[in-house]
Every structure is written in C-alpha cells, then in structure tokens.
Design a protein around this ligand. Structure first.
Ligand SMILES: Nc1ncnc2c1ncn2[C@@H]1O[C@H](COP(=O)(O)OP(=O)(O)OP(=O)(O)O)[C@@H](O)[C@H]1O
Length: 262
C-alpha cells in the first residue's frame, strides 16, 4: 500500500490540500486507473512520474473534478470534490502542455478570461494581469499577441498566468514544459521554481522527466499501469525499490547521475 506524502494529516490534524482515497476510474475494458490513494500536503510540491499511459493525467483530472471516479473519494482540503463544484475548482489552477490557450483571444485576454467571467472590475483584472505578467516575465508586446504568434515558452507562461489569475491554493501542472526546447525549458524551470517557492502554493506536477521531477520536488510518486508503484524521495526509491520496475524507470532517465547498484 502506498504511503501518504509528507503533507499527510500532521500533528495538528490539518487535512492534506489534495487527497485521493482508493479512487479509481475505468476508461474501457481492461483499462482502469487506480485504485490510488495519495495525499499532497499543504504547501508541498509533489512530482508524479511514470511511463506513458501510467494514468498520471487521469489522476490529475480526477483531482480537478474533470474525470469522475467510478469509486473512492477525491478531497480538496478535506472536502469531497464533485464534478459540478465550480467554486472549489477555482481554487485549483491547472496548467497543461502548450498552455491550452484559446487561439482567438490575445495572451492578455486568455489570462484574464475567468476573472472577467466572474465579473471582476476592469481595474482589478488589469492590476492582476500586470502582477502576473511580472511573475511570468512577459512584456506588454507579448500580452497583445495571439497564441499563434507566441513562442512555446511564452504560451506556457501565459498558461501559467491564467492558472494563477484567481490566486488558487493549489496548482496542478500536466507536463507543462514537455514541448519546449532544452534552453527554454531550463529557463522556465528556474522561473517556475521561483514562482512556486515565492507563492508557497501546493503543487502537483506531472512530468516524464525525472531530472525535472527532482528539480521541483523532493517527493516523487511513481505510477505504472494505473497504480502508484512507490512514492518517496529519490534516494529512498533508489535504496529500497518496491519493484524492479522502479530501478528500471530511474535508470532509463538520462541526465541524472545515479549511484551504481551495489
Ligand atoms: N478518455 C479516455 N478514454 C479511454 N481511455 C482513456 C481515456 N483517457 C485515458 N485513457 C487510457 O487510460 C490510460 C491512462 O492514460 P493517462 O493519459 O492517464 O496516462 P498518462 O500517464 O498521463 O500518459 P501520458 O504520459 O502518455 O500522458 C491509458 O491507457 C489511456 O489510453
């Protein structure tokens, strides 16, 4: 059975920011994600890693209420989250690969969309966009452009602005840097890490890249075939792999210098 992340109900009895309790979803005959139990503590950054098709995106979508679990529970700050719970969902920012921007809206309008929809006054929207543009390091010229006129890195930065617009307690990022060239990726990694640390958000990040996972998060959750195979810090996974696949997965990654097996 998986262990809870470092944010599991602590001495003060504080509920984790995000929690799955034996949650599972059946996509089709023979393809089920879960049951998965996982807790992400308030203010922690956790990286979800695993091969393609392991169920990482499904797990994120269950946490967002975008995929309805067939069984088990999904909780946000100790409260069950359902599919129609928009108010709760607005407290979770979601960043997807490529930014997930609307092509017919400028970067600024993409970032401001939900706040405008909620009826924020114009000045408040403008002030928040200015603040986030500073954080995401985007200038006015970039904000005036349409997604098709932005670089991949810029589009990703706009996606981040949009996710942060309502100042959510939690950020879920699904392969946010997957499509970027190595230099842009490294730049954005540094900026994102600064954003996470500065805002003290709870962050759950999906990535294929173990080096990136370790860069952002001390706590790793390794999934395979719809299940959590093991979770913990990288040295713990290396020292006591729960399954031969754990070592295979860790060693398959380039760019990480791992100690030789004894
Ligand atoms: N809407 C869907 N309908 C049917 N099957 C689905 C659906 N979404 C995902 N699946 C299947 O569920 C399994 C898990 O997919 P999921 O996208 O969650 O994995 P992943 O770990 O995020 O993969 P990747 O790293 O490639 O994005 C896969 O076998 C996938 O084909």
């Amino acid at each position: 059975m998986e262990r809870a992340a470092d944010g599991d109900r602590g001495a003060g009895g504080v509920a984790p920011a995000l929690e799955l309790r034996a949650a599972w979803k059946r996509h089709r005959e023979g393809v089920t994600v879960g049951p998965v139990s996982l807790a992400v503590g308030e203010g922690t950054t956790v990286a979800l890693v695993g091969p393609s098709g392991a169920g990482k995106s499904t797990l994120l979508r269950m946490l967002l209420g975008l995929a309805r679990p067939d069984g088990g529970e999904v909780l946000f700050q100790g409260r069950p989250i359902g599919p129609a719970d928009d108010a709760l969902r607005r407290r979770i920012g979601y960043v997807v690969q490529g930014g997930g921007l609307f092509p017919h809206l400028t970067a600024r309008d993409n970032a401001a969309l939900v706040a405008r929809h909620l009826g924020w006054p114009r000045e408040r929207v403008a002030a928040r966009v200015r603040e986030l543009a500073g954080l995401a390091r985007l200038d006015d010229d970039a904000l005036a452009r349409y997604p098709g006129q932005l670089s991949g890195g810029q589009a990703q930065r706009v996606g981040l602005m949009r996710a942060l617009m309502l100042d959510p307690a939690v950020l879920l990022l699904d392969e946010p840097l997957g499509a970027l060239d190595p230099l842009t990726r490294a730049d954005l990694q540094g900026d994102l890490e600064g954003v996470f640390a500065g805002l003290r958000k709870t962050v759950l990040l999906v990535t294929h890249d173990l080096a990136e996972a370790v860069f952002f998060a001390r706590h790793l959750v390794l999934m395979r075939d719809g299940r959590v195979l093991q979770e913990g810090a990288l040295p713990e996974l290396l020292a006591a792999p729960a399954d031969p696949f754990v070592i295979r997965f860790l060693r398959a990654q380039r760019g990480l210098s791992l100690p030789e097996p004894r």
